[in-house]
Design a protein around this ligand. Structure first.
Ligand SMILES: [Zn+2]
Ligand SMILES: [Zn+2]
Length: 220
C-alpha cells in the first residue's frame, strides 16, 4: 500500500518517542509493533498518545491494542504492555487515558455511553484481559476486510469468527443454536464435531464476508 507523506512523518515521530520513552531492551519490539500500523492513521494516533503520555513513565513497549467496546465511532481500548494494561477511550479526533485495568472502569458517563449500568456490570462482561478482541490495523478505514478475522470481502470467514452470519437462521453463527441443532448435540466438544459442522456448513453454503456484516459493536 502506498503510504502518504503525512503517515510517514507520523511514523518517524513515534520512532523518536519510542527511543526516548522505552527502555533499551524493549525498543526493538516497540518499533516492530509500530510497523504493523504504518498505514493506519487511527492506530498511529493511539501509539503516539501512548508514548507521549505514557502513564507514570514505566518505559515499557506497547505490545497489544484490544477493543473492549465500540459504539458510534468511539472505541474503548485496552493498551497492553508486558506488565500493565490501560483503558483508553478514542474517537477519530482524540484519545483519553482512563486508568489501569486493575482498578476497573468507574467513569459513569463512559459506562452509560456503552450501555452499562455500573462498574460491576462492566467488570462482569469483561472478567479477564482476554474479553476484548485485538484491534486490527486499518480496520477503521478498510471496510473490505473483516474486522474480526481479517478476510477480504467475498471470502469465507475463519470458522469461529463472530462476524460470520449463520446460513440457517441469519443470526450470528457462533451465537445461535443452529450449530448444535445441526449436529444434534448439546455442545461442541471435539475436533471431530467441528469437522462435521464444517461439512454441514459447506453443503448448506456458508455466507462469505460482506461489508454489511461489519458490526457496530463486537461483544465477543
Ligand atoms: Zn470474519
Ligand atoms: Zn443459526
Amino acid at each position: 500500500m502506498l503510504k502518504s507523506k503525512a503517515l510517514q512523518e507520523q511514523v518517524k515521530e513515534i520512532e523518536l518517542l519510542i527511543r526516548y520513552a522505552v527502555e533499551e531492551g524493549e525498543q526493538a519490539i516497540a518499533l516492530e509493533f509500530l510497523q504493523t500500523f504504518q498505514s493506519d492513521p487511527f492506530g498511529l494516533d493511539v501509539l503516539r498518545e501512548f508514548y507521549r503520555t505514557l502513564p507514570e513513565a514505566r518505559e515499557e513497549a506497547l505490545l497489544k491494542i484490544s477493543v473492549l467496546e465500540q459504539k458510534e465511532q468511539v472505541y474503548l481500548l485496552l493498551l497492553s504492555t508486558s506488565n500493565h494494561h490501560y483503558f483508553y477511550l478514542a474517537n477519530n479526533e482524540e484519545g483519553l487515558f482512563l486508568g489501569d485495568w486493575e482498578k476497573g472502569l468507574s467513569n459513569s458517563q463512559i459506562l452509560s455511553f456503552f450501555d452499562y449500568q455500573d462498574e460491576e456490570a462492566f467488570a462482569k462482561r469483561h472478567p479477564t484481559l482476554e474479553a476484548g478482541r485485538e484491534y486490527i490495523a486499518q480496520e477503521r478505514i478498510d471496510e473490505d476486510i473483516c474486522p474480526s478475522c481479517g478476510v477480504e470481502v467475498g471470502s469465507l470467514h475463519t470458522l469461529g469468527c463472530p462476524v460470520e452470519v449463520c446460513p440457517w437462521c441469519d443470526g450470528q453463527l457462533n451465537h445461535c443454536n443452529c450449530r448444535f441443532e445441526q449436529l444434534g448435540v448439546e455442545e461442541l466438544t471435539d475436533e471431530k464435531m467441528l469437522e462435521q459442522l464444517e461439512e454441514r456448513l459447506d453443503s448448506k453454503g456458508r455466507i462469505p464476508y460482506a461489508r454489511e456484516q461489519r458490526p457496530s459493536f463486537l461483544s465477543e
